[in-house]
Design a protein around this ligand. Structure first.
Ligand code: WTA
Length: 653
C-alpha cells in the first residue's frame, strides 16, 4: 500500500446525534441500527424485497429477489417497472402534483421551479421528441449539457422510453466526448448552445461539433440543441435541430415503456487503472431502490424538506442524489448551474438562505475552499433552515469537518460523511444521522445490507487496526452490472483480487469501534477535487503531443484539491525543456481531456525511474512530487542516478 495513506489519524472526538434529531429520525439509536444491520445480514433477500415493495412501484412483480452468479448479479428477476414513472407519474397521481420537484437557479440569477406535474409534462414531451428522433428501448443517448432542468428532463425522458443515457460532464473536451459517444454507440447527442460558468459561457455545442467532426462518430444520427445562453452556434443541416422547435411538435403525454428490472438505466464513464475510462452500467430496479432507500435513510429525507446536493449531474453523485434518489422519494431537489464563488464567495449560503434549504450535501474540496475564503461569507447569511449536512467524494480532514460542523451547522446539524463510488450506485458506508455517533474524518459504519470488510494483499481478512483493502462481500441492489462492452475488464477490475468479492480499490482501516477510515485509492487513480482521473488517461494525452517521448503522472497531496496532478515528462530528441513548453503541455492535456485534468506541474526529465523489467516506479515519483524522502526499497531501480536528477527541477540542474 502507498505509505502516505496508511498514516493513521487519531481522532478521539465523538459527536452523538442531537436528541431532537434522533427523536424523530427513522433509525433512532445504535441498537436500532444494529438490529436492522443484523436483519439484513441474516436475510438479505427478505430485507431488500421488503424495501423494494415499500419504496418502488412495479408494473410486474419479480419472481426471484436475487440471482447471484459471481460476478453477475440480477436483482428482482422478472420484475418490470419504469424509472420515470417512479420519479414522476406516481407523485403526479397524488397531491404532490403541485409540489416543487426541482428548484433551479441559473448562475446569472434566474430561478425556475418545476412542480412534479410540470416536470412530468416536460419529460413526456421530450420523450416524444426522442422517439421522433428514432430512439427506442435499448438505444443509447449521450447528454452533454449544462446544469439546467432540461438535463434532468432529458434523463427522465430516456428512462421513460427505456433508452440508456450516458451523461458526459460538461467540463470534458471534444475528444473525451468522442470516445464516450463511440464506446456507447450513441444514436443521439443532446447538448446546449452553452452553459454559464463564472460569468462566462462554456461552449458545449462547439465541443460536440469538434467531437463529431467528419465521420468521427458514425453511430450518431442527430444532435438536439437546447438554447440556454442565446449565443450563436453553427447548426449542421440534417443533423442538428433545436430542442424548442422539436418540443412544439409533440404531444404532452407519452406512455412509459415498462422495462425489465435489469434493463440498463444508464452508462457513466469513470476512470480506472488502465486504458480508457470504463462505462459503468447501472440497472433500473436495483439502482433505483438503492438511491431511493439511501436518500431516505442517510439524509433522513422528509416530505417537507428542501434538499440540495451541489454536485454536477455529470458525476454519479448528481445522478443518484440530485435526480433519481430525491425524485423517487417525491422530494424537492435544488439544482444550481454555476460556480460556488460567483459572483461572490457566498453564493451557496445565499441559495441556502433564500430557498430555506434543510439538507445540504457537498464535497470536502468545496469545504476547504470555503474555509480559505473566510467565515465572513457564511456568517452574512441566515442558515438556520439547515438540519443536516453531508459530504462525499474523498476523505474529509477532521479540521474541515469541525469547521463545517461549527460554522455551517452551528454545532446543531449532524454531518453524514458518505463513502461510495460510481460503481456502487448508492451510499454504502455512512452514519445514520439519528443513530450514529459522528467521528470527524470517518464515514463510520456500513449501511444495513452492506457487508464491508478489510483484506490484505492475499485477500485474507485483516485484524484490527491494520490497514488493508476495502471489499464488499455480498451483492447489493445498486451495484455495477458491468463495464459497457467489456465483460472481461469488469470481472478483472472488480471481482478477481478476491474471487467473487467486490474490490473497491480503496485503502481502508477499521478501528476497534468498527468505524471505517477510508484512506484513498490504492490504484493509479488520482482524486482531484473529488473527481476521479486515471493516470493512464493523462499520460496518453501527454504522449500524444509530438514533443513528448514518455510521461508518468502521479498525485501529490494538495491542501485544497486533495490531490494535485504532477507530470514527469521526457522529451523527444529535438525538443528542449522550457517553461513555455510546460505551459503548452498543460494546455494540451486540458484540450485532450478537460480542464480538470490539467497538470498542476510539469517536470522535465531525461529518464523515468524504472524497474529492470521496465515498469515505471510510481511510488518513487509520488515521493519526489511530494518533496519527501523516498522510503522503501529502491534496489530494483534500473538506474539509481535517475532519482537524484529527478529531485532537481530541470531549471536547477
Ligand atoms: C473516494 C463518488 C473517503 C473513494 C461518489 C472512492 C471517498 C472514490 C468518499 C469514488 C468518502 C468517495 N470518504 N473517500 N466519504 N467518497 N470517496 O466514483 O476513493 O467519483 O473510491 O464516486 O472517491 O469516486 P466516484
Amino acid at each position: 500500500m502507498a505509505e502516505d495513506i496508511t498514516s493513521t489519524l487519531k481522532e478521539e472526538r465523538r459527536f452523538p446525534p442531537p436528541a431532537e434529531f434522533s427523536g424523530r429520525a427513522r433509525v433512532r439509536s445504535m441498537e436500532e441500527y444494529e438490529a436492522l444491520y443484523r436483519r439484513a445480514e441474516e436475510d438479505p433477500e427478505g430485507f431488500w424485497a421488503e424495501r423494494a415493495q415499500e419504496l418502488l412501484t412495479w408494473d410486474q412483480p419479480w419472481e426471484q429477489v436475487l440471482d447471484w452468479q459471481p460476478p453477475r448479479a440480477r436483482w428482482f428477476v422478472g420484475g418490470r417497472l419504469n424509472a420515470s414513472v417512479n420519479c414522476l407519474d406516481r407523485h403526479v397521481a397524488t397531491w404532490r402534483r403541485n409540489k416543487a420537484a426541482i428548484i433551479w437557479e441559473g448562475e446569472p440569477g434566474e430561478v425556475r421551479t418545476l412542480t412534479y406535474l410540470q416536470l412530468w409534462r416536460e419529460v413526456c414531451r421530450f420523450a416524444n421528441v426522442l422517439r421522433k428522433a428514432g430512439c427506442e428501448a435499448g438505444d443509447r443517448v449521450v447528454l452533454y449539457m449544462p446544469m439546467v432542468p432540461e438535463l434532468a428532463v432529458a434523463m427522465l425522458a430516456c428512462a421513460r422510453l427505456g433508452v440508456t443515457h450516458s451523461i458526459v460532464f460538461g467540463g470534458f473536451s471534444a475528444s473525451a466526448i468522442r470516445d464516450r459517444v463511440n464506446d456507447a454507440g450513441a444514436k443521439v447527442v443532446v447538448t446546449a448552445d452553452g452553459g454559464w460558468r463564472r460569468g462566462g459561457i462554456v461552449p458545449l455545442k462547439d465541443s460536440v461539433d469538434a467531437a463529431l467532426e467528419g465521420d468521427a462518430c458514425p453511430s450518431v444520427e442527430g444532435v438536439i440543441v437546447l438554447r440556454r445562453t442565446g449565443q450563436k452556434v453553427a447548426m449542421e443541416p440534417g443533423r442538428d435541430i433545436w430542442w424548442h422547435e422539436l418540443m412544439e411538435t409533440v404531444d404532452a403525454t407519452c406512455p412509459p415503456v415498462s422495462v425489465d428490472s435489469e434493463h440498463p438505466l444508464f452508462i457513466l464513464y469513470t476512470s480506472g487503472t488502465t486504458g480508457k475510462p470504463k462505462g459503468v452500467v447501472h440497472s433500473t430496479g436495483g439502482y433505483l431502490l438503492g438511491t431511493a432507500w439511501t436518500s431516505r435513510m442517510v439524509f433522513d429525507l422528509r416530505e417537507e424538506d428542501t434538499y440540495w446536493c451541489t454536485a454536477d449531474i455529470g458525476w454519479i453523485t448528481g445522478h443518484s442524489y440530485i435526480v433519481y434518489g430525491p425524485l423517487a422519494n417525491g422530494a424537492t431537489t435544488v439544482m444550481y448551474e454555476g460556480a460556488p464563488n460567483w459572483p461572490e464567495p457566498d453564493r451557496f449560503w445565499d441559495i441556502i438562505e433564500r430557498h430555506r434549504v434543510n439538507i445540504f450535501y457537498t464535497a470536502p474540496t468545496a469545504i476547504r475552499a470555503f474555509i480559505r475564503w473566510g467565515d465572513r461569507w457564511p456568517l452574512k447569511h441566515d442558515l438556520s433552515s439547515l438540519r443536516l449536512l453531508g459530504t462525499v467524494g474523498e476523505p474529509i480532514n477532521p479540521e474541515a469537518w469541525i469547521w463545517y460542523h461549527r460554522v455551517i451547522g452551528k454545532a446543531r446539524c449532524p454531518i453524514v460523511d458518505t463513502w461510495w463510488q460510481t460503481e456502487t450506485g448508492a451510499i454504502m458506508i455512512s452514519p445514520l444521522p439519528g443513530a450514529t455517533p459522528l467521528v470527524p474524518g470517518s464515514a463510520t459504519r456500513p449501511l444495513p445490507g452492506v457487508i464491508a470488510d478489510v483484506v490484505d494483499g492475499d485477500g485474507q481478512p485483516v485484524d484490527g487496526d491494520q490497514g488493508g483493502y476495502l471489499v464488499i462481500r455480498k451483492p447489493w441492489p445498486s451495484m455495477i452490472r458491468g463495464v459497457w462492452g467489456d465483460p472481461e475488464r469488469f470481472e478483472k477490475t472488480y471481482f478477481s483480487q478476491v474471487p467473487g468479492t467486490y474490490f473497491a480499490g480503496d485503502g481502508v482501516r477499521q478501528d476497534a469501534e468498527g468505524n471505517f477510515w477510508i484512506m484513498g485509492r490504492i490504484d493509479d487513480v488520482i482524486n482531484v477535487s473529488g473527481h476521479r482521473l486515471g493516470t493512464m488517461e493523462i499520460e496518453s494525452a501527454l504522449v500524444s503531443h509530438p514533443a513528448v517521448a514518455e510521461a508518468a503522472v502521479v498525485g501529490r497531496p494538495d491542501d485544497l484539491k486533495g490531490q494535485a496532478i504532477v507530470a514527469f515528462v521526457s522529451l523527444t530528441g529535438d525538443s528542449d525543456p522550457s517553461p513555455a513548453l510546460g505551459e503548452t503541455l498543460r494546455a494540451h492535456v486540458a484540450a485532450e481531456i478537460g480542464a480538470l485534468a490539467r497538470p498542476e506541474e510539469v517536470r522535465f526529465t531525461d529518464a523515468l525511474p524504472k524497474t529492470r523489467s521496465g515498469k515505471i516506479m510510481r511510488r518513487l515519483l509520488q515521493d519526489i512530487a511530494a518533496n519527501r524522502d523516498t522510503r522503501g526499497d529502491t534496489t530494483t531501480l534500473e538506474d539509481a542516478t535517475v532519482l537524484d536528477r529527478l529531485r532537481k527541477k530541470w531549471d536547477e540542474r
